[in-house]
Design a protein around this ligand. Structure first.
Ligand code: J5X
Ligand code: AKG
Ligand code: FE2
Length: 328
């Protein structure tokens, strides 16, 4: 890894990564139309904290339209995009992620899921963009619930909606994010190098549902600490286990560390639906999963955890502060 300082007025330092990239074919695949989906989901969450979903029943066409609208927004002049910012907490953000100095080769829109945003996205097709966003968000919420119900089924716990009810709740604190990793002509000259687009982290929520265009860059970290690239597939969804689900399963599922490398040649566009519980929800292991064991975590609400994430750096082990040290 070498540090690349951008000349000119940009004071950001990007991490260049020229480690060889390993594409993996071993990423767990869940066919939602098959009866074994529930047990495959559980196995994938235990082994990887990550899986790919096919036969989800969500039509490609509206997703492609939403993708084009998003590309159109990101191709506006910088001054126009900045009018929708800063992403604090919602809106357009550029290069900076979070509040504590993390940067990446990225620009993004951070949006609520239960109300329409009041900032202007762009002139002409604003109604179309809004409409596509609204439909996509409700499709994601529905799919999240289906997956979470299968998860409870696979774990053989009752009621079936223990997880999904948190996302269905009208107070659910879910977030939607559209990420754009632009082409970078300067970088493209040195082929084989990458910039950190989105630095490594775990998602703090229950699960996140990711869909991207056909550009690679997304990587997950395996249990042995190695990184593998996830082959992109614009017609499938990828599910990340988040920190909250790790806690609710008392560590049986582990949240997956992931990151995005930008190759500088092909722009990447991804959309992520982060399934969050209501702010007042206590995040604690489900009694049915404790099997007489102690909780590995101190008790906290989603509000407390979310606040603590805003005080952290992207790569921090945020759950570390909430781990209960076993009495010896
Ligand atoms: C360094 C960051 C950036 C944070 C907050 C803090 C720690 C966790 C990050 C994320 C990661 C997942 C999506 C997001 C929306 C979230 O919920 O947690 C991100 C958020 C942000 O981009 O604002
Ligand atoms: O943009 C992507 O593909 C993933 C980004 C990500 O991990 C996030 O926004 O939390
Ligand atoms: Fe993430």
């Amino acid at each position: 890894m070498v540090l690349l300082s951008k000349p000119s007025s940009e004071q950001y330092t990007y991490v260049r990564n020229n480690m060889p990239i390993t594409f993996s074919s071993s990423i767990p695949l869940v066919d939602l139309s098959k009866p074994d989906a529930n047990s495959l989901i559980v196995k994938a969450c235990e082994d990887f904290g990550f899986f790919k979903v096919i036969n989800h029943g969500i039509p490609l066409e509206p997703m492609s339209q939403l993708e084009s609208q998003a590309f159109k927004f990101f191709s506006l002049p910088q001054s126009e995009k900045d009018k929708a910012g800063p992403a604090n907490p919602f809106g357009y953000g550029n290069k900076r992620i979070g509040l504590n100095g993390d940067v990446g080769w990225i620009e993004y829109l951070l949006l609520t899921t239960n109300q329409e945003h009041n900032f202007s996205l762009h002139g002409n097709d604003i109604n179309k963009f809004r409409c596509l966003l609204k439909d996509y968000k409700s499709a994601m919420r529905k799919m999240a619930c289906e997956i979470l119900d299968l998860m409870a089924e696979g774990l053989k716990i009752q009621p079936k909606n223990v997880f999904s009810k948190l996302v269905m709740d009208k107070e659910s604190d879910s977030v939607f994010r559209v990420n754009h990793y632009p082409a970078c002509p300067e970088l493209a000259i040195n082929s084989g190098e990458n910039l950190i687009g989105f630095g490594e982290h775990t998602d703090p929520q229950i699960i996140s549902i990711l869909r991207s265009n056909n550009t690679s860059g997304f990587q997950i970290s395996l249990r042995d600490g190695s990184w593998i690239s996830v082959p992109p597939d614009h017609s499938s969804f990828f599910i990340n286990v988040g920190d909250s689900l790790q806690v609710m399963t008392n560590g049986r599922f582990k949240s997956v560390r992931h990151r995005v490398l930008a190759n500088g040649i092909d722009p990447r566009l991804s959309m992520i639906y982060f399934c969050g519980p209501p702010l007042s929800e206590k995040i604690a292991p489900l009694p049915s999963l404790m099997k007489g064991k102690e909780s590995l975590y101190k008790e906290f609400t989603w509000f407390e955890y979310k606040n603590s994430t805003y005080g952290s750096r992207l790569a921090d082990n945020r759950l570390g502060n909430y781990e209960r040290i076993a009495a010896s």
